[in-house]
Design a protein around this ligand. Sequence first.
Ligand code: GAL
Length: 455
Amino acid sequence: MTARESNQAHTPASPYLTQPADAAGSPRARRAYTQDRPIGVRAIVVAACALAAFTASTAAQAAEVEVLHYWTSGGEAKSAQVLKQMLEKKGDTWKDFAVAGGGGENAMTALKTRVISGDPPAAAQIKGPAIQQWGDEGVLVSVDDVARADGWDKVLPTQISSIMKYKGQYVAAPVNVHRVNWLWINADALKKVNAQPPSTWDDFFKTADALQKAGIIPVAIGGQSWQEAETFETVALGVGGAAFYKKAFVDLDEATLKGPTMVKALETFKKIKPYTDKGQTGRDWNMATGMVISGKAAMQFMGDWAKGEFTVANKTPGQDYLCVPGPGSQGAYTFNVDSFAFFKVKNPDSAKGQKDLASLLMSPEFQEIFNLNKGSIPVRQGMDLAKFDDCAKKSAADFHSAQTKGTLVPSWAHDMVIKPAVEGAFYDVIGEFWNNDGETAQQAANKLAAASKTN
Ligand code: GAL
């Protein structure tokens, strides 16, 4: 059983069970009034009916939208709050279904339970191939009319719009682009050891040695399988480059998964371990970011949701902290796009709320304010980034150059490319290798190759 599956042990074996919910849509009630009444009474009745009709239509327009998400850290919660407020401005009611747990494993378990019981939320934060798998189960609802009216095809890169469509129809709306291959650095800690941000692995380990001697924890990490996997993903990209990364983690090529470059990547990953602290077991990612913010630790490998935490702590990039691509991964970009998929729900009013939400998620206003808080950049192309900081501007520039150079790669550790069962099996291999000093890099590489066959 994989770590992922063990988290989900109370749900049936198949992650995507068919349990179609009732289709939404019921006609609105309409009122009539009788004409054969005295004029005064009739005027009052007309006025009363007009008021009743107005009230009825306002009530019908206010839809409740239950939204499942896992944005519960400081920066994330602030971003979710923006979404809630903007939806409420449209006259809808936000029903919060927040499931704590970075990376979303707990949230996915909660979602499965609700779908299986025939009562899914109106929208859920899911992404990548999982959208297609839920589509196959027949539980998603199309928002293609909204997408067509709002011209989504024109403002989304096809690489991303294709993930959002099921059988040619939009069933999900993307909100951002997170870059995963970042290294976050406390600027003072680096100054203390007279170092520059490391751009090669040699520099990285030299700096880590100096930091350790100065009594600073060189690398902050949380001992959760997705954080170990994410760190390894960035190391593998830095050590092997984008072409290797794609062969290994997109094509799942067996020879590459157990080959010499993978072994080198695993060795480099494990070499980081002595520079992390003993208290990492079970630590949440935002607690690790907190260690870098306070200066207790110097660096963290993490996607740019970490920037949301620095922002909440009123820290300025370039001054208090630095964002640099993971060593060796400068020309490449690992992307992670958050999105909300829409589910068939029982409440007929929800259809209107779902469309409001879909339209809102892709609107320029939302994409700007949400991403300013979240640490990511808008997924909607052609937006003015004037209000964004240098890390975001670098992210946007690197995204486009990586797209041109063919070094834009999907984050496997964040659900963007491989099916959940294989991803979970990879998590286990990486976690075991990180935590078990008796295992060699070659043994772990062989296990990765075997895990790629998981069904
Ligand atoms: C990612 C998600 C981000 C962020 C992070 C930590 O999978 O895409 O939005 O929330 O997990 O929870």
